[in-house]
Design a protein around this ligand. Sequence first.
Ligand code: SAH
Length: 348
Amino acid sequence: MTMNNKELIDLLRQSQHLDHDGYKQLLTSLTKEDEDYLYKNACAVREEVYGKDVYLRGLIEFSNYCKNNCFYCGIRKDNLKAERYRLTPGDIVACAEKGYQLGFRTVVLQSGEDMWFSDEMICEIVKAIKALHPDMAITLSIGEKEKDSYRKYFEAGAERYLLRQETSNPEHYRQLHPKELSIAHRKQCLQDLKDIGYQVGCGIMVGTPGQTYDHIIEDLIYMKDFNPHMVGIGPFIPHADTPFKDEPRGTLEDTLHLLGIIRLMLPHCLLPATTALGTIDPLGREKGLLAGANVVMPNLSPRGVRSKYMLYDGKICTGEEAAECHACMERRIKRTGYEVVEARGDYR
Ligand code: SAH
């Protein structure tokens, strides 16, 4: 007995999971009408949990030094053309302060894996921001660390951590990363973070070289099982100074389908409409919100360094000031019928 796509979407909404074949059908055969039905259901579920709220996270890209060599990433160690920078702890705290004044109640501190920042420095930065603004949530996105380090950051006051698994399939993982890196370790880090008590975000790039729909389904099944608080989903976009420079980017359609499916699969998750989505389509982030996303992460980095944190080509918002990005996002979100709220936006 086969189901049509609308029946499958109903079933996903009811039972919050499908089997492999169900996901495969949704990922590969949605008509325009089915898409509308998926997004309508995703938005209904998102509104049941979070109402019309959209949460903003101010992204501070504090260093583009990285010891790793991920094949897709523009700030990989072997990209000698990348002009390296790091903000000082004082700059980072000042940036967070500016974010607070603009109305952000979450900052995300993101960087390459830059060993110049010791655990103690990260803790000092977190504590300094918390001392200024106890009501501000701090999210870290600084890669794979020892469990002990994760624990120290948590004790200093960081409550959330973003670490995309990138792909759950071990062979595919090896196609995207040098051999020093493994999916087993990445997943161990995610588990450690959860065990410590962080709100944890995992996620994938859509359309990376070698990725098949079966790989994406493996990711869905992993995420259903891991039950993260946040899920970062964005299209892969090639960077000219990486081994993947000639590879095609991920598509808007696949990314939006996934956002809708993930919203139905994990109704409570915090789901950003990512900058990468906004890069492949001028209205990508708005479309993401209308497919089930409920978070946007405007750039808070100082203008002078923005164009240096180039993970992929064409990244948007590299010429603006923080205040402009905040105002622009507010305008854009209002037009979707959703509403920016000045709140930490914790997992419900
Ligand atoms: N060092 C941190 C932060 C990485 S940058 C970490 O390891 O988690 C944040 C995310 O950007 C990555 O997890 C990856 O999914 C995404 N990214 C990197 N290169 C990209 C590209 N070429 N296209 C789209 N997204 C990319």
